[in-house]
Design a protein around this ligand. Structure first.
Ligand SMILES: NC(=O)c1ccc[n+]([C@@H]2O[C@H](COP(=O)([O-])OP(=O)(O)OC[C@H]3O[C@@H](n4cnc5c(N)ncnc54)[C@H](O)[C@@H]3O)[C@@H](O)[C@H]2O)c1
Length: 384
């Protein structure tokens, strides 16, 4: 469509998320033609000049930078998209806010609560548009689950449980730190599976089931020392390899969360289940177009778990894609988040989760780490 307003993107980081976001920017206007804004791939930034040039050529960015400060200072950029490892989220976001840029930041918002508080202060002071890429919310089956919860069909909610299981760090000879392995280095990542995986589960949980009041948690680091890729020395491992959380939600329901990178056989098993007085729902990332639903009001002879293939035209986002019955994938959650961000420019509404909302997830993460150290229950300070 001609006459669309441009949203000129400056992307920082061209790894895994740099690709998913860029794919979102490239696809969105074709599949969401009614939007009044369209992303323009103005510039991409990463420290290695050769790699960032190759990325720009492949994906169609107009220009490159090797210093994010130059990108943030550019007058021809409207929005900074932060796809770096976690240690640069705060510095880049705070500078981008001060420069009056919109900010789309990857999750977890920050390495710790103090850092995310500074980020929230910065965007509030600058009054800039912002969002955090908790993208799983925007898979149609997950959005449908939220709609079902909001409709009240589940009745009083008793239980929320979620898992995010992987197995890629079991090898004790795997180094930590540096390119590709920064998730193993607490100085860069902030935490292990908690910030990397459980932050997604916590975000989805609080979006659907309200705030988490208090937590008790345990963490474990199974391999205590690993060679650090950057120093070449064997160093202490400070991330949580595994984390288990019990919690109370403010609505009185109980939560159980587990994540590990030591669950042999699992690559990315993100599942959640919600049990209410009248009905239950459950979802599994490995079958992401499907939502399972049990309704106690069904006639007893046909009562059982329904398997809803969330691919019909009246399912969330699905009228934008193919014909009923045909599924979509992981990458579409990012297209949807871009679409919702562009829509929020039209409506003036926030694009959830904002920094302020993602800061609530940081509060839970902080309470989890504090609880794991102290062995006691910790309040999150979240009131609703
Ligand atoms: N939403 C999700 O589901 C999801 C999935 C994976 C990762 N993430 C998050 O996305 C972020 C990036 O993760 P990834 O898997 O894409 O990492 P990655 O290692 O694949 O890519 C990181 C990129 O950042 C660049 N980079 C690092 N420091 C930089 C700096 N100072 N200036 C400019 N560029 C810099 C690297 O060169 C690389 O291109 C992390 O915060 C991670 O937690 C989110």
């Amino acid at each position: 469509m001609k006459n669309r307003k441009e949203l000129r993107i400056g992307l920082v980081g061209c790894g895994f998320m740099g690709r998913t976001h860029t794919n979102g920017y490239k696809r969105v206007s074709d599949f969401f033609p009614a939007l009044t804004h369209t992303p323009v791939l103005k510039a991409v930034c990463a420290r290695n000049a050769e790699k960032v040039k190759a990325f720009a050529d492949q994906w169609g960015y107009e220009s490159t930078e090797t210093d994010w400060k130059h990108l943030v200072a550019r007058k021809d950029i409207d929005a900074i998209d932060i796809c770096t490892p976690n240690d640069f989220h705060a510095e880049i976001a705070i500078a981008a806010a001060a420069a009056g840029k919109m900010i789309l930041c990857e999750k977890p918002l920050a390495r710790d609560l103090a850092e995310s508080q500074r980020m929230v202060d910065a965007i509030e002071k600058a009054g800039v548009k912002n969002t955090v890429w908790y993208n799983y919310r925007r898979l149609p089956a997950v959005t449908l689950a939220k709609q079902i919860v909001d409709s009240g069909k589940l009745g009083r909610i008793f239980h929320y449980r979620a898992n995010f299981l992987q197995d890629w760090t079991i090898n004790a000879n795997l180094p930590q730190g540096g390119e590709g392995l920064w998730r193993m280095d607490a100085a860069v990542a902030g935490s292990g599976v908690l910030g990397d995986l459980l932050s997604h589960c916590i975000d989805t949980a609080m979006w659907m089931n309200g705030g988490i009041k208090d937590v008790t948690a345990m963490t474990e680091t199974f391999v205590k020392e690993r060679m650090h890729q950057l120093t070449g020395k064997v160093e202490k491992v400070s991330i949580d390899d595994a984390c288990a959380i019990l919690c109370h939600f403010n609505n009185g329901s109980l939560g159980v969360f587990e994540s590990t990178r030591y669950a042999r056989g699992h690559k990315a098993l993100y599942t959640f289940e919600i049990n209410g007085a009248n009905a239950s729902i459950r979802w599994d990332l490995h079958d992401l177009n499907r939502l399972e639903y049990f309704d106690n009001a069904d006639e007893s002879k046909v009562k059982g778990w329904r398997s809803i293939h969330v691919t019909d035209g009246d399912h969330p986002y699905m009228d934008k894609w193919w014909v009923p019955g045909l599924g979509i994938g992981y990458e579409h959650s990012f297209v949807h988040q871009v679409a919702d961000f562009l829509k929020s420019l039209e409506t003036g509404e926030p694009c959830s989760p904002t920094f302020t909302e993602a800061h609530e997830t940081q509060k839970v993460c902080q309470a989890v780490l504090d609880s794991a150290v102290s062995g006691t229950w910790k309040n999150t300070g979240i009131k609703n």
